[in-house]
Design a protein around this ligand. Structure first.
Ligand code: EPZ
Length: 416
């Protein structure tokens, strides 16, 4: 298993460009099934999770070509309505193909996605929403089989603003007769990107970014070229890397609105951050200030995907900070690893109390999930001595050559 070897203590300096958002590419690749015409997607990073979703598209009959960061998808021939098990087990967000496949073929079959490292990841909101569209959903023997000879537009209220459920229902609703209204919809920017893509290929979706989304179904679809929005979590991770090392970094290709919750918190820690066109310039403080209280919430609240990276910063602050994780039930797996590096963190249910320490010390730590692994890399950038981060495959699911990008900013990091 590959590892990162990091020698801490270097202030990051220079500039780095943020690539397209993984959590936008995934649902938009599924949405390619809504049309039979060629789709061109620009600024798609080369990530393990995206390669797996490309594998699903190929397995159901589409052709997909990668030219650098551009993906060219030919969805004209779909040979099956069954999403192969192996992909679903490798990447649970493949459940998003349910809605897209139903829209394309009127039926779909997928194995129940398991939970993952950060939680049980139920899909009840997805299935209840699909049923409201008149889709027959049978789950038996670990499989979900959906039949939708004539889905009908409906009014759907989500108990919780689930990102995946919102996306799945939008995809299925594009094939429903009439209008579908989704209330208490997720407002994440990736939903807006999906809306813009569906509209670019001829669909009619509006309201993304608000709690109420309206989809007009049964519209003729065409091809399109679409550029993926910047990855707000990758941007937040680079910002935090600059902050934790007390460096000065220009982060390019950022939509400030999308990362405002993170910018607000980093400013609270004493970082100076200003917007420079479509870039953001950050100057970290030598010793971060504590951040009194942070709670992860659905967008536009503080993102759960930035909880672990921010906790690494809090670990070396000059006081006590409180972090509450309200989205996933098992997303503190980086904490025991940070404690091995000398952090002083106490977990009490959903709440972590972080008492900042003067310094962390390098040692061998293990990544247990994508964002927790990134947090350990950030801690290693600050720690005294050498840090070895194991199981880098978790990190490579969501960060394109993180070690190359950090090395270009002056970090002493290499993959071994
Ligand atoms: C998306 O996951 C992202 N993944 C996650 O990013 C992100 O952390 C999450 O949204 C929250 O922002 C992708 O977009 C591929 P949810 P998703 O449905 O759609 C509960 C990363 O690091 N829930 O909004 O699965 C669920 O258990 C990943 O890139 C139900 O109860 O998130 C969780 O507690 C990790 N029933 C909460 O909602 C359901 O049917 C949020 O889940 C669906 C969800």
């Amino acid at each position: 298993m590959a590892k990162f070897m990091i020698t801490g203590g270097k202030k990051l300096e220079g500039s780095v460009r943020v690539t397209g958002a993984k959590n936008s590419v995934l649902p938009i690749l599924a949405a390619a099934l809504l049309t039979t015409k060629e789709i061109v997607l620009k600024d798609c990073p080369d990530l393990a999770d995206i390669e797996k979703v490309i594998g699903i598209l190929r397995a159901v009959g589409s052709k997909v070509k990668r030219e650098g960061s551009t993906l060219i998808v030919d969805p004209s021939t779909i040979t099956t309505w069954v999403i192969p098990d192996k992909f679903v087990k490798e990447i649970r967000s493949s459940i998003i193909f349910l809605g897209a496949m139903i829209a394309r073929l009127g039926k779909a079959k997928v194995t129940y996605p398991g939970g993952c490292e950060i939680g049980q990841r139920p899909i009840n909101l997805h299935l209840e929403g699909l049923k409201k569209l008149g889709i027959e959903v049978n789950d038996s023997y670990g499989y979900i089989e959906c039949y939708a000879p004539a889905p009908m537009g409906a009014e759907i209220h989500l108990d919780y603003p689930s990102v995946g459920a919102t996306e799945n229902i939008i995809l299925a609703a594009t094939a429903a007769h009439g209008y579908t209204i989704i209330r208490n919809a997720a407002k994440e920017p990736e939903i807006g990107d999906l809306q813009n893509f569906i509209n670019a290929i001829g669909g009619k979706v509006c309201g993304a970014g608000t709690s109420t989304i309206i989809v007009e179904g049964k519209r003729p679809m065409r091809g399109a070229t679409h550029t993926i929005i910047p990855d707000r979590i990758v941007a937040g991770t680079y910002l935090t890397a600059a902050a934790i090392t007390g460096g000065e970094v220009l982060i390019e290709n950022v939509i400030l609105d999308h990362i405002y919750p993170v910018v607000a918190k980093l400013r609270e820690s004493g970082a100076i951050i200003k917007s420079v066109g479509s870039a953001v310039l950050i100057k970290g403080r030598d010793r971060p200030l504590p951040i009194y209280h942070t709670t992860t919430l659905p967008y536009p609240g503080f993102p759960t995907d930035m909880q672990a990276p921010l906790m690494s910063l809090l670990s070396v602050s000059s006081g006590t900070s409180v972090m509450v994780e309200t989205i996933f039930e098992n997303r503190f797996k980086h904490v025991p690893e940070l404690i091995r590096m000398g952090a002083n963190i106490r977990i009490d249910g959903k709440t972590a109390v972080v008492q900042g320490v003067d310094s962390l010390r390098g040692t061998t730590v293990t990544s247990h999930d994508l964002r927790g692994g990134a947090a350990l890399v950030l801690a290693g950038l600050r720690a005294e001595g050498q840090t070895i981060v194991e199981n880098t495959y978790h990190i490579e699911r969501g960060y394109e050559c993180l070690e190359c990008k950090l090395r270009s900013l002056g970090a002493e990091i290499e993959k071994i």
